[in-house]
Design a protein around this ligand. Sequence first.
Ligand SMILES: [Zn+2]
Length: 530
Amino acid sequence: MKKVLFIFLGLLSLTSLAQKKPALVVGIVVDQMRYEYLYKYYDRYSDKGFKRLMKEGINCTDNHYNYAPTVTAAGHASVYTGSVPAIHGIVENDWIDVASGKKVYCVDDSTVQTVGSKSKAGMMSPRNLFTSTITDQLKMAQNYKSKTIAISLKDRGSIIPGGHTADASYWYDSADGYWISSTFYMKELPTWVQKFNLEGRPQKYLNQGWNTLYPIATYTRSEEDDSPFEGKIGDEKTPTFPHDLKGKNMLEGFRKTPYGNSLLKEFALKALDEEKLGKNGTTDFLALSFSSTDYVGHAFGPQSIEIEDTYLRLDKDISEILDYLDAKIGKNQYLVFLTADHAVADNQHYLKSKRMPGGTFETEKAVSEAKEALRKEFGDVNLIVGVENNQIYLNHANMDRLRISKEVVGKILEKTFKSQPGVAEFINMREVGLSPIPAIYREILTNGYNQARSGDFMYLLRPQWVSGYKTGASHSTVYAYDTHVPLLFFGWNVKPREISVRTNISDISSTLANWLKISEPTGSIGKVIQ
Ligand SMILES: [Zn+2]
């Protein structure tokens, strides 16, 4: 009898304990989402998607990235580690490893194999990430009894959020339109994933073509459809609706349609069911990253009907996810946060057409002129390993051998780069603190600098000076148009509130750690949002 009572009390305390934590945390990253998009399309959204998160949740209206380059890999790493590239090491999507001089892709891992297809797209893992993630900490705090599943069309959008301890990270392989993973996580795909892949959903979407969700005349917040500032999908002739999506290699082109987000939603709902997320008696974590917003944004730019339509459709996908979570997990039993991995610039030619400042930076010309100036001074020795993200990586081996000082090389480079149109300042990355730029940019660049993976010097471009992108748009800078992103918390433990004091992206993981009563990730520098 005593024993029975004991077990009963034990169960009772377990259930009351369980109520103190959410059954599930759902992290949503919307790739390339500007803060402004919450409001620009506000009255076009349904009541159950973005608007519901804004009205019933905590809306941090001045949430920024606090480092540059502002790009996908660094963004996801910073959301989930509560840190910055200086510490977590993911300085860009691609960088040059300073020690070897070799180019590295953020999640490359030659020691693992693809799981789920014959392509090489699965030779990926989180091994380049120097710190733990909030998903790792949550798992560790529960003695690895909980589940973490991460999903994104992009490998880096899935692998980094899942951290080092994910049960599975899945990403999209354009070779056959499958969700794949790597041997870092598993030997073979679960049966439910294999089945899902064989349904050929991407092709079914492509067969539909892409027309606007509502009559095109209602898209009054966007520029005209046939714009010289927009790119195209596949081999279509004009950047206009309806996009027929019948060109070559369209399983890749699929990414540049809002259907990429819808496919992710379908796969996520399936994962919720099949993995019984939120039903395992612990706090599980589902990390989602919607990438098609970024692909569409790069191709068509933020002023396009395409991007407006993509957000209106994403709003529906998000409302479906929330409805599903309400039904399966229960209202207020799960916690959602939504943010972006970076925002985006405008197309510089579009801005010029509106008499706004901006321009095209001729990277190749600038780099070849810099190399020529070095050749004139030192002869035919290779002193530049590469240029990535506006950063110049020097060839230290050659400089040591020939006893050429970094200072002298820096002076020559500074002179040539400063003579190029669009250059605001030339910066020695190890001495950012001494640069004559506003303190906030000094902090942003210092946070983004990692001695093992960043360049020696950087040319800082003026706002809206962009390399390439004759059409469409880009991101990566220190400027607010790239750093200002949404941040919404919703559900478990959340009372509606608007917070307009500045928050940083690194505060997300600290806040989650505080609410969940677990340790922060190992490189955390964030503050708990009050
Ligand atoms: Zn991008």
